[in-house]
Design a protein around this ligand. Structure first.
Ligand SMILES: Nc1ccn([C@@H]2O[C@H](COP(=O)(O)OP(=O)(O)OP(=O)(O)O)[C@@H](O)[C@H]2O)c(=O)n1
Ligand SMILES: C[C@](O)(CO)[C@H](O)COP(=O)(O)O
Length: 233
């Protein structure tokens, strides 16, 4: 990552993890001896990010401050976009000196390699307002109706699965979130305003821990010491 640049990472970690079904908020689930959130913050700091802001459920603020003492901790919202806005308000909107780049990174993408951070940050510094990492789609995709009948096979060649960290110039991210709208990712809010969004290569190791299967895979990778090794798409 370009060392002279100042970078802030906003980490939404306030989700409940319904699809994982662990009985506790997903970011606080054990991942081979550390929580998912701790591993995520470890990765963000190892990538050279200067300041980290984490949004968590209100009742886990104190526990999070103990778990990730190097991070600023704020209360998240009821949807992901609200949690990102809570992080934004505590940093970019709080009158502190403005960073060169703001990253938004899911706690649930805990094993993201440093090279992905570097590609995203470098692309923002080279002049893009908004940058996302993405990987090609590898399965055949079909549109299916509510009765379970195939409507069409979709051309997958232009499609990409989008990951985080997503990188922005601070002003661009603030503008994207100004409406208070919700979207599945931050770039979606930028797109809705007509901003250009630049795509760089993601990495399979940046997968999102969403289901029990993902968690098993992440635990195996950590136990094998593979978490720091990049995996190409
Ligand atoms: N109100 C919310 C919802 C989600 N997130 C965060 O956004 C990231 C991506 O969301 P996802 O993986 O879908 O997490 P959950 O919303 O917890 O999962 P689920 O939909 O299965 O409940 C996660 O790091 C999650 O903690 C958040 O900060 N605040
Ligand atoms: C932001 C994201 O990880 C990009 O793929 C994704 O959109 C989060 O979606 P989720 O439904 O909240 O997991």
């Amino acid at each position: 990552m370009t060392s002279a640049a100042s970078t802030v990472a906003l980490i939404p970690a306030a989700g409940s993890g319904t699809r994982l079904g662990a009985g506790i908020p997903k970011a606080f689930v054990d991942l081979a001896g550390r929580t998912i959130l701790q591993r995520c913050v470890d990765g963000v700091l190892a990538a050279g990010v200067g300041h980290v802001v984490v949004a968590v459920p209100a009742d886990l603020i104190a526990a999070t401050r103990a778990d990730v003492p190097d991070a600023q901790v704020v209360v998240g919202g009821s949807v992901r976009s609200d949690s990102v806005r809570a992080c934004l308000a505590a940093t970019v909107g709080a009158g502190t000196s403005e960073p060169d780049v703001v990253l938004v990174h899911d706690a649930a993408r805990a094993l993201t390699p440093p090279a992905v951070f570097a590609r995203v940050v470098d692309a923002v510094l080279s002049g893009h307002d908004a940058v996302i990492p993405a990987v090609p789609v590898t399965d055949t995709l079909k549109r299916v109706d509510v009765d379970g009948t195939v409507v069409a096979t979709v051309d997958r060649s232009p499609l990409r699965a989008v990951q985080t960290p997503q990188g922005f110039r601070p002003e661009a991210l603030a503008r994207a979130h100004a409406s208070g709208a919700d979207a599945t990712d931050d770039a979606g809010l930028a797109e809705a305003l007509g901003m250009g969004v630049h795509v760089v290569d993601g990495d399979l190791m940046a997968f999102k821990i969403t289901t029990e299967w993902d968690l098993r895979l992440a635990r195996m990778l950590c136990e094998q010491g593979a978490a720091a090794a990049p995996a190409t798409p």
